[in-house]
Design a protein around this ligand. Structure first.
Ligand code: FE2
Length: 529
């Protein structure tokens, strides 16, 4: 390594280590750290010795906490915005290790994975045999280069009865609309995981007047272009620190592919043929997989990807992660079609899977990681009803079925966590949104965005929405600022804390708590504290 790249690596490493620590423990010095048990000179192949410097610029990540395993992720990309920078280099051995301590004195598992060019030189490791409910630290080595250290955590044992859990959820991080101020706050929070509900990237073209600019010349279409787009996002140090801070449970929404896409139908079918859009979707899924800490089961097969899944936090909670893009009917052009029972948001197989998981019991809280708002949102104050066609408002027949299930006795404490809307909505879900006296069947918290829509005029936001909120008895609280939500869940109640940014148009925005919402176990619906 050249002195320059060594210094840079150390800086990157100590920065992310600093983000992990709460001040009491000194940052790890990689110069002194030994990696693995064997002599590096013998285990390093010719390929990895010839690697360009700074292969770990995109950082590390972990995800999918199970009681005995988590996914560890990195991608070798010395030239991230130009295809990664390893063109012509075949599979690269990448050593990994996961330890109980930050200094890697107590290594629990280690091994070697291969970063293949056909996966953008990304690595997904699923170490098995870890202990449940434990904090771990992990890192990678390629050649002589050592990655930053990430912190992760396993889920409690399957039959454990945890008293509490703490996690965060977030969505919609448009790079062009601002700085990821919220993640600087997240790394100060002692959360067990972050659920990311979609719009990790935006596919929009670079905008000359944006706060920060996307790479490239237009919307990504090819795999190479999507890779560069993910790399652009991961050049953000706050995003990398957030990944290194805790495991993520990630799902995608529309902008990972194309605005408002629905199954095989793009936003603008007149401009993208079915074949062209199929190729684009395959490229977008592949790039998503390559950059997300998801399990191998989520590796796409062309235009098919297994993204809906369940995770479990002992008997305290189950997390049902939805896929509301891949199997949905195209958005209705005419609101009269919103009630058509043949229209689906999830497809029939996922709908059955969701109902089964919700009604089979055994968990106190049912958390749905959901992309688009389930709650009715009338966009216009006054007697006229104007709905968006893309969220569940456009799929009302299936929504009625789902609300009936959520309100049924076997479903314990359903709480829907949602992205997409770019403002905060804390809501009761009721059996009939048109009936002001309808009973609550559950709660939904529509999180705001990390940055999408940027810094808005808050007075204008309230002028537009306060009247709608007043006319919507199930909508308890609304807020137009950027941010994310921290949730403290115990056996008696769930407390959601809305963290908002003073501004995201400059890197120095400050975060504060806007409001808290509480959901009592056994009582349907939520209350603003
Ligand atoms: Fe979004």
């Amino acid at each position: 390594m050249t002195p320059l790249s060594r210094r840079r690596l150390l800086t990157v490493g100590s920065l992310s280590a600093g983000a992990l620590l709460t001040g009491s423990v000194p940052p790890i010095s990689f110069a002194d750290a030994t990696f693995g048990t064997t002599d590096p000179a013998r285990t390093t192949s010719r390929v990895s010795r010839g690697l360009p410097a700074d292969v770990f610029q995109l950082g590390v990540a972990s995800g999918e906490p199970w009681p005995d395993s988590v996914v560890l992720w990195t991608r070798l990309a010395p030239d991230p915005l130009h295809g990664g920078g390893l063109r012509g280099i075949d599979a690269v051995p990448v050593e990994w290790e996961i330890a109980r301590d930050q200094a890697f004195r107590f290594v629990e598992r280690r091994g070697t994975a291969y970063a293949h060019p056909r996966e953008g030189h990304s690595v997904h490791v699923e170490p098995q045999g870890l202990r449940p409910g434990r904090e771990y630290y992990y890192r990678f080595r390629a050649g002589t280069q050592i990655s930053p250290v990430g912190r992760t955590r396993t889920a409690p044992a399957r039959h454990a009865q945890p008293h509490r859990m703490r996690f965060a959820f977030a969505s919609c991080q448009n790079y062009q609309h601002g700085y990821f101020v919220a993640y600087r706050d997240l790394v100060e929070q002692d959360v067990e995981f972050l659920a990311f509900l979609g719009d990790y990237i935006y596919e929009s073209a670079p905008h000359p007047r944006a706060v920060r600019r996307h790479e490239g010349t237009g919307e990504p279409v090819t795999l190479a272009e999507y890779r560069n787009r993910y790399a652009r996002y991961k050049t953000d140090p706050d995003l990398r620190a957030a990944h290194a801070h805790c495991p993520w449970i990630v799902t995608f929404d529309d902008h990972e592919v194309d605005n408002d896409w629905a199954g095989g139908v793009p936003q603008d079918p007149g401009k993208q043929s079915p074949a062209a859009f199929a190729a684009r979707r395959a490229a977008a899924y592949q790039a998503w997989y390559e950059h997300m800490p998801v399990r191998r089961i989520a590796k796409p097969q062309g235009t098919r990807i297994q993204a809906y899944r369940r995770l479990r936090w002992g008997d305290l909670a189950r997390i049902h992660v939805l896929d509301t893009r891949q199997y949905r009917t195209d958005q209705a052009r005419d609101p009269r079609q919103f009630d058509d029972p043949s229209r689906t948001m999830t497809g029939p197989a996922q709908e059955r899977w969701l109902v089964d998981g919700l009604t089979s019991g055994g968990q106190r809280w049912n958390l749905l990681a959901n992309q688009v708002p389930l709650v009715r949102t009338d966009r216009k104050a006054g007697p006229e009803e104007v709905l968006w066609a893309d969220p569940w408002d456009g799929y009302r027949a299936q929504r009625r079925r789902l609300l009936r299930v959520l309100g049924s006795d076997p479903v314990s404490n359903p709480v829907v966590l949602t992205g997409d809307r770019h403002f905060t909505m804390a809501c009761d879900l009721t059996s009939d949104f048109d009936d002001p006296g309808a009973r609550a069947v559950g709660a939904e918290i529509v999180g705001t965005s990390i940055t999408s829509e940027g810094d808005q005029d808050q007075a204008a936001w309230h002028r537009r929405w306060d009247q709608v909120i007043a006319e919507s008895p199930y909508w308890k609280y609304g807020d137009g600022r950027r941010g994310y939500v921290v949730c403290d869940v115990d056996r008696e109640r769930a407390l959601a804390t809305l963290r908002v940014a003073s501004n995201v148009g400059t890197p120095d925005g400050r975060m504060s708590t806007a409001r808290q919402f509480v959901i009592e176990s056994g009582r349907r619906g939520l209350e603003a504290v």
